[in-house]
Design a protein around this ligand. Structure first.
Ligand SMILES: Nc1ncnc2c1ncn2[C@@H]1O[C@H](COP(=O)(O)OP(=O)(O)OP(=O)(O)O)[C@@H](O)[C@H]1O
Length: 475
């Protein structure tokens, strides 16, 4: 049976032979990072299908300079393992086993056969409100469990880390199109309540590499305290959880319309937009999305973490519960369907609806998420350490980067999360990002066309969202 499964499912690719992993046969590669590879694999005797994350251990890259190391330090991976061992929830990928050799760490994980939600956004361009609700409620349940039952914050919630179990596709009986839709937009199919749609069934949150414990679930006390709760510690926990809520808002925004809430070609401008919460419900793409969905998004993308919705407020919102109650926008919500001065620089369209030019810097959706999330985390952590002072004195990403990395090291000696985040997004080396010194903040639409393209292996979200109601429309 196992041999047949291997024969049926093997991708035919050649994989490295990892010493220590003899009990498993690798079937296909599902993901990779700088120092890790994730494979779909099968246990050779039980036939259980799993995901195997192979992480390269840190080692000196130059014998004459033992300080220069490459790979993942054991304290970092052990922290991730320790956190993953605490969690058990239907919407979170579970760690099944962990072992190590002198060269590698091996994480045996529950397999989410559908892969990343990210690819489904690219495939479908955006999700219907029903499907978006299905996805976001399950994500919220995972967050509620982490925040309330485990005293943990995930800190890296994004479409890349939302995996899913696939379901059968049932073609739509009647296709529904929105304003701005491409006529050949892929069919999401019939939505089945309680099951899913668009081939997306159960959502599974993955990747605890940036997660942190903020509350001791055993003693029910804030982490690091002995049974008393200082106000700043309570506030710290609230701010940390707020980072996940803000990220939830970014995911909800993105799956509803097909592009992320914050974008700019220049990282410093993007960082500023994130810090000031400068986003819009762009017309025509948001025109057909319900007011209550927009209101809910606005309560998550609220700059002040004290007024941002927490997970309970989120789950009780009428858009989530599908009640008829009226909803209200957050006090700092952007106007509905606008062409605000903060709007993206998105392509200008020629008469035939085809973008008239291409941006020189091609940015991927992954990068946009990673940069804006890292910027937000850094901002929140700065505020958390210094006390929230309202929407003022927002950080300059570059000026404060070193300071933040040092500060982060102070309070979390096991790992520098900000540094980790920056390494992940690889700002300095990215061919897609411009140096802030070379790219002063642009005003919208100066120098004519300043469009951009979100690219993933030739799939571009904006290309598929390029039919505004009126041609030549500048958004
Ligand atoms: N349990 C799983 N089932 C299926 N695919 C998985 C699973 N875990 C991870 N993957 C795939 O591998 C990718 C990388 O996994 P993960 O985020 O845990 O690794 P990472 O090295 O921390 O990556 P990154 O540096 O991007 O955060 C995921 O985005 C997903 O595509």
């Amino acid at each position: 049976m196992v041999a047949k499964a291997i024969a049926d499912e093997s991708s035919g690719q050649q994989f490295p032979i990892y010493k220590g992993l003899e009990n498993y046969t690798l079937l296909s590669k599902t993901g990779d990072g700088a120092f890790s590879n994730v494979y779909k694999a099968i246990h050779n005797t039980t036939g259980e299908k799993v995901a195997v994350k192979v992480v390269q251990r840190a080692h000196p890259i130059d014998p004459n300079n033992p300080g220069r190391r490459q790979g993942v330090e054991s304290h970092n991976i052990l922290k991730e393992i320790q956190l993953m061992r605490r969690v058990r929830h239907p919407n979170i990928i579970q760690l099944l086993d962990f072992f190590q050799t002198p060269e590698y760490f091996f994480l045996i994980l529950e397999l989410a056969e559908g892969g990343e939600l990210f690819h489904q956004i690219v495939r479908l361009t955006y999700f219907s409100e029903e499907l978006a609700r299905h996805v976001i409620i399950q994500t919220a349940h995972a967050i509620r469990y982490l925040h309330e039952d485990c005293g943990m914050v995930h800190r890296d919630i994004k479409p890349e880390n939302l995996l899913f179990d696939p379901i059968d596709f049932i073609p739509s009986k009647v296709r529904k199109f929105r304003a701005g839709d491409d006529p050949d937009k892929a069919d999401e199919g019939e939505f089945r309540p309680g099951v899913g749609g668009g081939t997306i069934g159960r959502i599974r949150l993955a990747d605890f590499g940036l997660s942190k414990v903020i509350w001791d679930s055993q003693t029910q006390t804030p982490c690091g305290t002995m049974g008393y709760t200082a106000p700043e510690i309570v506030r710290d926990g609230k701010y940390s959880k707020g980072v996940d809520m803000w990220a939830l808002g970014c995911v909800l925004y993105t799956i509803l319309c097909g592009f992320p809430p914050f974008y700019d070609e220049s990282i410093s401008s993007l960082t500023n937009k994130v810090a000031h919460g400068e986003y819009t419900f762009l017309s025509p793409w948001w025109d057909d999305i319900s007011k209550s969905a927009k209101d809910l998004v606005s309560h998550l993308l609220t700059v002040n973490p004290d007024t941002r919705y927490d997970i309970h407020q989120f789950l009780a919102h009428p858009w989530i519960t599908q009640s008829e109650e009226p909803t209200f926008p957050a006090s700092d919500a952007p106007p509905m369907n606008n062409e605000s001065p903060f709007a993206y620089d998105v392509p200008a369209f020629s008469d035939d609806g085809i973008p008239s030019a291409r941006t020189p810097g091609v940015n991927s959706l992954r990068e946009v998420f990673n940069i804006s999330y890292a910027a937000h985390r850094m901002e929140q952590e700065r505020l958390r350490k210094r006390g929230f002072r309202g929407n003022q004195g927002m950080m300059n990403f570059y000026d404060n980067m070193n300071e933040l990395i040092e500060e982060e090291g102070e309070y979390d000696s096991s790992t520098s999360n900000v540094e980790h985040a920056l390494k992940r997004i690889n700002i300095a080396n990215s061919p897609h990002t411009r140096s802030p010194n070379l790219s002063p903040q642009r005003k919208p639409r100066e120098n004519g066309f300043k469009g951009f393209q979100l690219n993933l292996s030739n799939a571009t979200l904006y290309n598929r969202r390029h039919k505004p109601r009126t041609s030549n429309r500048h958004i």
